[in-house]
Design a protein around this ligand. Structure first.
Ligand code: AHG
Ligand code: MN
Ligand code: MN
Length: 325
């Protein structure tokens, strides 16, 4: 049963926005590489134990976190599809300590920062996980080096994430809009299902790890208590899944700094910046609790940041309480 027959495919959408050819064709090729890689990842996600893809590789990554086999597999898949696109000059990846400088792609092209598999702790228990991508334009004529990747989030031209949930949905944000495409697993093509995503006026949910409450400083505990009193708690433990629900239904996600994680737990370049871009294009906001995420000038590829993300008014209220001290 072809369910997507009467829908616009991702490829058709990109072509209609002239991202499939001509002056902006490079961005279309990068987005198609993300889509292609996500189709391969989702096949492994759905196969899981049957494909012998669960469990750990036994290594630890630059984050000093145990690497899940699917972390490594998805990193390899996206590095391959992005490199093959011919439009990517460099890749920064959570699972790879140093930037991947893609040889031969000397044209203008793009720099992609990615979290290839977000929510690793949920892989083995069949809970929604995702992939996150931030896309920056290479500076004209620049010979990319490691520092080329350290760009503020405000210089992104697009961002995307894929949530491997009860359906596989790719959300794409450009400077003009935010759209959602659902994977038709029979054809392997993404079909446009969410033509214009805007975060709803009303915030319904708050997402935070309440187990950390005891190590939050007092102003942050007060801010979280206000959220607890007003909204329903939803916390999957996969940032992409928590964010996607909050984006579509209205909600706020908070992973603040605490006494153990003084810089926060989430990574600026390939979690906070891309989702901050999506949030802002959809009418939301993303803050560290003290400043706009996308204003941060990065110092390191894998640096962490506190993250308060979702409905703009609720983010602002939460930030005001944290900053009031
Ligand atoms: P990753 O799997 O890429 O390391 O990301 C996991 C992150 C994020 O997805 C989620 O919001 C957060 O870790 C959950 O952290 P806690 O388990 O500390 O709540
Ligand atoms: Mn992650
Ligand atoms: Mn990850």
């Amino acid at each position: 049963m072809v369910v997507a027959a009467n829908r616009t495919s991702l490829q058709e959408y990109l072509a209609s926005e002239r991202m499939g050819q001509g002056h902006n064709s490079g961005l279309g090729a990068v987005i198609m590489a993300i889509a292609e890689g996500s189709c391969q990842v989702q096949q492994q996600v759905r196969q899981a134990a049957l494909a012998d893809i669960l469990g750990t590789t036994g290594e630890t990554n630059v984050q000093n976190e145990i690497v899940q086999r699917l972390d490594k597999a998805s990193s390899d898949i996206f590095v391959e599809t992005l490199s093959q696109s011919g439009q990517v000059a460099a890749i920064g990846c959570e699972e790879i300590e140093m930037p991947v400088i893609v040889q031969g792609n000397t044209g203008d092209g793009y720099i992609v920062l990615m979290d290839p598999l977000d929510g690793s702790s949920n892989i083995d228990v069949a809970v929604s996980i995702g992939s996150i991508f931030g896309i920056w334009p290479k500076k004209p004529g620049e010979t990319v080096n490691d520092d080329s990747l350290l760009r503020p989030g405000s210089e992104q031209v697009a961002a995307a994430y894929v949530v491997y949930g009860s359906s596989t949905v790719l959300v794409l944000a450009t400077k003009n809009n935010v759209l959602g495409f659902t994977l038709d697993t029979e054809s392997g093509a993404y079909a446009l299902t969410h033509p214009e995503i805007k975060i709803p006026e009303t915030c319904l949910y708050y997402s935070t790890n309440e187990g950390n409450n005891k190590v939050l400083d007092e102003p942050t505990q007060k801010a979280i208590a206000l959220l607890r009193n007003k909204y329903s708690q939803r916390y999957v433990g996969s940032l992409v899944a928590d964010f996607h629900r909050n984006l579509l239904k209205g909600g706020i996600f908070a992973y603040p700094a605490d006494q153990i994680r003084k810089d926060g737990r989430l990574r600026l370049m390939y979690e906070a910046n891309p989702l901050g871009f999506v949030a802002e294009q959809a009418g939301g906001a993303a803050s560290t609790g003290y400043e706009r995420i996308m204003d941060i000038v990065p110092q390191q590829l894998h640096q962490r940041t506190p993250l308060i993300l979702g409905n703009k008014d609720v983010v602002e209220e939460t930030v005001a309480v944290i900053r009031a001290g």
